[in-house]
Design a protein around this ligand. Structure first.
Ligand SMILES: Cc1cc2nc3c(=O)[nH]c(=O)nc-3n(C[C@H](O)[C@H](O)[C@H](O)COP(=O)(O)OP(=O)(O)OC[C@H]3O[C@@H](n4cnc5c(N)ncnc54)[C@H](O)[C@@H]3O)c2cc1C
Length: 158
C-alpha cells in the first residue's frame, strides 16, 4: 500500500518532516498559505533593504547534519562561523555592542557595564550547558501526547 501524508505549512518543521517522510517512501503533499515556502525562515525586501523574518543565525548546526544523515543525502547547507556573532545598535548610541563568542573579547566589549564578565559568563554557560543536556535527552528529543506526561518527564530534569 502506498503511504501518503499531507503536511500543512512549509516552515523548517514542515520541510524537514517532508524530507524524513519521503525518504521513508511516503508520497508527501505540502500545503502553504503563503506564496513562498520557508515560513519564518524568510526575508522581506523593501527599498533596497533586506530583513530577516526569523532565524538570522543557527546555533545548533549539528541538527542539520542529523537531518541530512537520517534521510541519506549530503548536507547542502554551508555554515560560516561568525565573530562577532552579531551587533546590536541602540538608539542614540553611535557604536554598536558586539556579541563575541570569545569570552575575553566579550568582557572587553562590556567592561563599562559588567566587571569580570568572562569568568561570570563561563560559569553561566557551564551551568546552562548541563541543564540543556539534561533537558535535551529527557524532554526536547521526546514526543508527548499529554501535558501530564510532559510535566512528569520534565520533573525528572535536575
Ligand atoms: C524574530 C525571530 C528571530 C528568530 N531567530 C532565530 C535564530 O536566530 N536562530 C534560530 O534557529 N531560530 C530563530 N527563530 C526561530 C525560527 O524562526 C523558528 O523556530 C522556525 O523558523 C519555525 O519553523 P516552523 O516550521 O515550526 O514554523 P514556521 O516557520 O512558522 O512555519 C509555519 C508555516 O505554516 C504556514 N501555515 C500556517 N497555517 C497554515 C494553514 N492553515 N494552511 C497553510 N499553511 C499554513 C505558515 O504560512 C508558515 O509558512 C526566530 C524566530 C523569530 C520570529
Amino acid at each position: 500500500m502506498n503511504k501518503s501524508a499531507i503536511i500543512i505549512g512549509t516552515g523548517l518543521g514542515g520541510l524537514s518532516t517532508a524530507l524524513r517522510l519521503s525518504s521513508k517512501g511516503y508520497k508527501v503533499i505540502l500545503l502553504e498559505k503563503h506564496s513562498t515556502p520557508g515560513g519564518r525562515m524568510n526575508i522581506i525586501e523593501m527599498d533596497c533593504f533586506r530583513f530577516d523574518m526569523g532565524p538570522s543565525f543557527m546555533s545548533m548546526t549539528y541538527e542539520f547534519d542529523e537531518l541530512f544523515n537520517a534521510v541519506g543525502i549530503k548536507n547542502p547547507v554551508e555554515f560560516e562561523e561568525l565573530e562577532p556573532l552579531y551587533q546590536v545598535y541602540f538608539e542614540g548610541k553611535e557604536k554598536p555592542r558586539r556579541i563575541f563568542k570569545d569570552l575575553q573579547k566579550l568582557e572587553d566589549e562590556f567592561k563599562d557595564v559588567e566587571p569580570d564578565l568572562a569568568a561570570k559568563a563561563d560559569a553561566y554557560l557551564k551551568r546552562a550547558a548541563q541543564f540543556w543536556h539534561d533537558t535535551q535527552d529527557k524532554v526536547v528529543k521526546s514526543n508527548f501526547d499529554s501535558m501530564i506526561k510532559y510535566l512528569l518527564k520534565f520533573s525528572t530534569v535536575p
